[in-house]
Design a binder for this molecule. Structure first.
Ligand SMILES: CC(C)(COP(=O)(O)OP(=O)(O)OC[C@H]1O[C@@H](n2cnc3c(N)ncnc32)[C@H](O)[C@@H]1OP(=O)(O)O)[C@@H](O)C(=O)NCCC(=O)NCCS
Length: 160
């Protein structure tokens, strides 16, 4: 009999933090690096740390996606602010439907809590991904690092 691959989405715990940091750094240095300058990527990667994730654990929701017991992606969102902060899938596992799966889970949480909008700032890389999921562009924005800025696109989706 063919073994089914088990995909699980569950709330991140403090134990998940090192893996979240590893995946985030890989996404920035491998995926985002295709569309941002070297100096921006360097600063961006350097500001991703276990401490900063831990600090954000209290004011937002973090979930991890695992396949065959291996964490391959994560998401961070806030129902209070109606914001989806990020979805990151390990570059090795991108373009296999996992990002969409994680997004659908997030949208379900928003609907369950009677939210009517999801707001996000998309990286230039993920713009087409979010547009395909029904998000509309609200124009450019940027996220300030220490010296550099990360160009992003403000987007929103109305939930029905
Ligand atoms: C953006 C990201 C989360 C998408 O996850 P993924 O697992 O690679 O995407 P999926 O395989 O689930 O793709 C879902 C759909 O989006 C499309 N898509 C995904 N990435 C795309 C891209 N860069 N450009 C165009 N379309 C894209 C797919 O073709 C697919 O379309 P379909 O449903 O019509 O088949 C992932 O590529 C990633 O982690 N990127 C780096 C981190 C990042 O910038 N995250 C966003 C932070 S706001």
């Amino acid at each position: 009999m063919k073994k089914q691959s088990t995909i699980l989405i569950k709330r991140a715990t403090l134990k998940s933090i090192p893996k979240i940091v590893t995946i985030h750094k890989k996404c920035v240095s491998e995926t985002n690096a295709r569309l941002y300058s070297g100096s921006t990527i360097k600063e961006w990667v350097n500001q991703i740390s276990e401490r900063s994730v831990k600090d954000q654990f209290t004011n937002s929701s973090w979930y991890i996606l695992s396949a065959k017991n291996k964490i391959i992606g994560f998401t961070q969102f806030s129902l209070d602010d109606s914001k989806l902060y990020q979805i990151n899938i390990d570059p090795k596992y991108q373009a296999k439907g996992y990002g969409k799966l994680l997004y659908k889970f997030v949208e379900k949480q928003f609907k369950k809590h009677h939210k009517t909008k999801i707001y996000l700032n998309s990286t230039l890389n993920a713009f087409a991904f979010y547009r395909g999921l029904g998000f509309k562009s609200l124009g450019k924005t940027r996220f300030k690092l220490k010296k550099e800025y990360v160009q992003m696109i403000k987007m929103e989706k109305t939930l029905d």
